[in-house]
Design a protein around this ligand. Structure first.
Ligand SMILES: N[C@@H](CCC(=O)N[C@@H](CS)C(=O)NCC(=O)O)C(=O)O
Length: 253
């Protein structure tokens, strides 16, 4: 029977991992409450939030489960799987469980969660947040990000729909989008990836994705394409202090 009731509460911030969930919720047309987590105040490390995500990171989500009791979810890929499994009964952005495409989507989702996100996240760290420029770290993670973009570029070159898997936009595309859209923050240009550039625009032309990317506040990562390195450096300086504070707190525990 189709599941219709939802009591979804999303805890998020304006980041590549956060917007995956709001983009998906908008694509599915589901109602949801939003609590904006202030990463610069390290709210994600407060005890009340750790009850929802013991890992102290956004995004996290709560819902009333099918048995009537609350359920908490963390890790963006896991949240996406939960949402499509329970609510995407018409397979708007997923494929039926057990089909060939279902497993292909799963592979790309894991690829994003285990590869693209962590590698580009480290490229961001060494390029923008580290208190000193360590060229080895910058090269290592920017090169790995480029390698992963080449993998995606090759997949999109073979696709007849312009999406990663089969004939439709899926959670695999949505999971990757925020990261690729933020490539310039990691110091990686999309100029050598024409298919990725087209795909970035294709995803954003979808009303659900367009609306969801601006939760909980406007998405500005695409504008970084037009900024100079000096402007990006000025922007990075504002975040460096809280990133370092959060790291120091994590190191003590
Ligand atoms: N693998 C996790 C990563 C979550 C993550 O690293 N979130 C970042 C924002 S994109 C965060 O909460 N950073 C705050 C911190 O590190 O304290 C997921 O996909 O949900």
């Amino acid at each position: 029977m189709a599941e219709t009731k939802s009591d979804i509460h999303l805890y998020t911030a304006q980041t590549p991992n956060g917007i995956k969930i709001s983009m998906l919720l908008e694509e599915l047309g589901l109602p949801y409450k939003v609590t904006a987590i202030e990463l610069d105040k390290n709210t994600q490390k407060e005890p009340w939030f750790l009850e929802i995500n013991p890992n102290g990171r956004i995004p996290a989500l709560t819902d009333t489960f099918t048995d009537g009791s609350p359920i908490r979810l963390f890790e963006s890929g896991s949240i996406m799987q939960y949402l499509v499994d329970r609510y995407d009964t018409e397979h708007k952005v997923s494929y039926p469980r057990g089909t060939r495409e279902y497993w292909e989507v799963n592979s790309w989702l894991m690829w994003q969660m285990g590869g693209l996100g962590p590698m580009q996240g480290q490229a961001n760290h060494f390029t923008r947040y580290a208190p000193e420029k360590i060229q080895y770290g910058i090269n290592r993670y920017q090169n790995e990000t480029r390698r992963l973009y080449r993998v995606m570029e090759a997949q999109l070159s073979k696709s007849t729909s312009g999406y990663l898997v089969g004939d439709r936009c899926t959670i695999a595309d949505i999971a990757c989008w925020g990261w690729v859209a933020a490539s310039y923050w990691a110091g990686v240009s999309l100029d050598e990836f024409p298919k990725l550039k087209e795909w970035v625009d294709k995803i954003v032309s979808r009303p659900g994705c367009e609306k969801g990317r601006h939760v909980p506040k406007p998405h500005t990562a695409l504008e970084n394409r037009h900024k100079s390195e000096e402007e990006l450096e000025e922007q990075a300086k504002k975040s460096r202090a809280w990133v370092q504070q959060g790291m120091a707190a994590d190191a003590k525990k």
